[in-house]
Design a protein around this ligand. Structure first.
Ligand code: PPS
Length: 288
């Protein structure tokens, strides 16, 4: 990905990226699959852990395995196929996903046009859980991730916000196109739409919605244990989900807050965001 704000390109081998995009589009889904789809930095790792545990009957022993091995991210092979230092589930993500036993949990950040055709046509009955987050907090989270963890940008927050609003990342595209496609499909029986903010203010409610959607039921004790497991501090200290080993530094689990943008973004940036949000949501019933 090239853009004036990037010091280093995120994907270096365009052929590998192109092949990955063909493969994700043609990816064969199964009726038992659970797809988690969301724009990057919307809380997808948190949702991965919640969904995997619910699907796998709260198998905390099994949850000691690195989360992306249990719940692979389809597109990563496009960006890491030649990178020896990343785990197999990243380097070879699509093959890895194909070999998982049912029921598979699969994540992707890709924009609509690169999603498996079977998800778009609904020819198979795979379930889709879509997660959204306030775009200002999503942008802030992405900024710190690119700057401090991936070390691929060196620009001001203001400049990064312009890039985020432009939606020019070729693989994930515009934030609102990403979100609204599944918002419009949210009442279909195989789609569940959740929000980071709802997980923050009422996690138990979201756990129950996800469990019902996945046809699982949890006792009160099980709910309490899961709440504790998914707590930010607990996830930050959990090496299977905190990504410290992958990046050889901490900070992927950064602050886990809502509305942090209010402290960090200037009035001018917030105005820009607000007018973009208003424009993008004009003819929709999306509730932020
Ligand atoms: S990625 O790289 O796209 O997979 O990132 P993603 O997991 O989607 O989003 C990362 C942000 O989610 C926060 N996070 C949490 N918040 C609250 N509680 C829990 N348990 C939790 N786990 C992850 C993480 O800290 C990132 O947000 P920021 O705002 O940067 O802290």
């Amino acid at each position: 990905m090239t853009s004036p704000i990037f010091k280093t390109s995120l994907g270096k081998d365009q052929n590998a990226i192109n092949n990955m995009l063909i493969e994700t589009k043609g990816f064969q889904t199964r009726d038992t699959d659970v797809f988690l789809i969301g724009y990057p930095k919307t809380g997808t790792t948190w949702a991965q852990e919640m969904i995997w545990l619910i699907v796998n009957n709260l198998n905390y022993e099994g949850a000691k395995v690195f989360v992306d091995e249990r719940f692979p991210i389809l597109e990563l092979c496009g960006f890491y196929s030649n990178v020896k230092s990343v785990p197999e589930c990243h380097r070879n993500s699509i093959e890895f996903a194909k070999q998982l036993k049912d029921p598979r949990c699969l994540k992707t950040h890709l924009k609509q046009e690169y999603l498996p055709e079977e998800i778009l046509n609904q020819t198979e009955k795979a379930k889709v859980i879509y997660i959204a987050r306030n775009p200002k907090d999503t942008c802030l989270s992405t900024y710190y991730y690119y700057k401090n963890i991936l070390n691929v940008i060196d620009c001001s927050l203001e400049k990064f916000c312009d890039y985020f609003i432009s939606g020019t990342n070729p693989y994930i595209g515009d934030y609102w196109n990403h979100v609204l496609y599944f918002w419009q499909r949210r009442n279909q029986p195989n789609v569940l739409f959740i929000k980071y903010e709802d997980m923050k203010c009422n996690l138990i409610n979201v756990i129950r919605k996800v469990a019902t959607f996945l046809q699982k039921s949890l006792t009160e004790d099980e709910e309490t244990n899961l709440l504790n497991w998914l707590d930010f501090k607990s996830m930050k200290n959990n090496s299977a989900v905190n990504h410290d080993a992958l990046y050889q530094k901490s900070g992927f689990m950064r602050s886990g807050q809502t509305d942090e943008h209010k402290k960090e973004m200037s009035e001018e940036i917030i105005k820009k965001f607000d007018s973009w949000i208003e424009n993008s949501l004009k003819n929709t019933d999306y509730e932020m």
